[in-house]
Design a protein around this ligand. Structure first.
Ligand SMILES: Cc1ncc(C[n+]2csc(CCOP(=O)(O)OP(=O)(O)O)c2C)c(N)n1
Ligand SMILES: [Mg+2]
Length: 333
């Protein structure tokens, strides 16, 4: 799997469409910070940067990914479905009682989730421990962790950052989704973490900047970060919260609120210019998601821990949604 910017943009928008549909179907969830991370996730997972086995999420030599901003679970689940670790139609079960796809990632329900997250600030500490453990075991695996910029207000982040450089954890790479919004406003007016790169540099990290919606920029920064020797690295990706949906962009009202069916239709149309006529209303006024139904018609068992979804029932990479879009640019740090 090599890097191709157009493919990454296309996959990012498929992931966005999945985020919108699953949160609308659930009637709740976190679209804003999921949409801002779409290119980050697509570039990490679908350009050959992260090493993993699409047939085995527990492959011992895999690189580890931790979604420290666990409220963005929808973009993680969409990515896992795109890899083939989840059947696409399971995405419809987001936030349902006994679903494997809880509102925040649960490693006890889903073996492709490395760490349960949702309590902000903890993911980097877990990543540091994981990177140290892997190094001590003689492993070459990397540990990547995605942080929110509001999350950087947690003191635990900086304890972990300090210890990572103390231990020269060069195979640890953090990415900050720098959308400049948190749950209830602009990070700069609530508790300003800027300059993010100067802070990480002061803690002994190698720092890189990227336009978080430009796969070329992201891929270049991540490649440099992955090549670091002797120190952990952070990529500060400038993004727009709600990216790709005009009425969600830069509006923290969409941090933790799902679109209704009509808004979802509009969003999908904006995203893809694709035919959304096959998205139908459910009884609950949710946009449910015929295009997420798996071609095999196979259903998934809810509630029980499942092993890896059988290969013959998986959708092919690039198959989740018939979407395509071009993307523009981003903002700040
Ligand atoms: C320890 C903790 N405090 C508060 C929350 C509630 N909360 C969930 S998301 C969020 C804002 C996060 O902002 P940011 O990290 O910038 O995320 P993004 O903009 O990427 O969605 C808050 C305060 C939480 N999940 N954990
Ligand atoms: Mg933010």
């Amino acid at each position: 799997m090599g890097f191709d910017a157009a493919t990454i943009s296309s996959i990012a928008n498929k992931l966005r469409a999945a985020v919108l549909e699953m949160t609308t179907a659930a009637g709740s969830g976190h679209p804003g910070g999921s949409l801002s991370a779409a290119e980050i996730m697509a570039t990490l997972f679908f350009s050959g940067l992260l090493h993993y086995d699409p047939n085995d999420p527990t492959w011992p030599d895999r690189d580890r990914f931790i979604l420290s901003k666990g409220h963005a679970a929808p973009i993680l689940y969409a990515t896992l479905a795109q890899i083939g670790y989840l059947p696409a139609d399971e995405l419809c079960s987001l936030r349902q009682l006994d679903s494997r796809l809880q509102g925040h990632p649960d490693m006890l329900r889903l073996n492709s989730v490395e760490v349960s997250t949702g309590s902000l600030g903890q993911g980097l500490s877990v990543a540091v421990g994981m990177a140290l453990g892997l190094e001590m075991a003689g492993s070459d695996s990397r540990v990547c962790v995605l942080l929110g910029d509001g999350e950087l207000q947690e003191g635990q982040i900086w304890e972990a950052a300090m210890y990572a450089s103390q231990r020269h954890l060069a195979r640890l790479v953090a990415i900050v989704d720098n959308n400049n919004l948190q749950i209830d406003g602009d990070i700069r007016t609530i508790c300003n973490p800027h300059s993010i790169s100067a802070k990480f540099a002061a803690f002994g990290w190698q720092t890189f900047g990227a336009d978080g919606h430009d796969p070329v920029s992201l891929h270049a920064a991540l490649t440099q970060a992955f090549a670091q020797d002797g120190a952990p690295a952070v990529v500060i990706a400038k993004t727009t919260k709600g990216k790709g949906v005009s009425f969600m962009e830069n509006d923290c009202a969409w941090h933790g609120k799902a679109a209704n069916a009509e808004q979802c239709r509009q969003a999908l149309t904006e995203l893809s210019k694709c035919d959304v006529s096959h998205i139908r209303r459910s009884e609950h006024d949710a946009a449910c998601v015929t295009m997420m139904k798996h071609p095999s018609g196979a259903s998934h068992a809810r509630g029980a821990e499942q092993s890896r979804y059988p290969e013959h029932q998986r959708s092919n990479p690039g198959d989740i949604f018939p979407l395509r879009t071009s993307e523009q640019d981003a903002v700040h740090d």
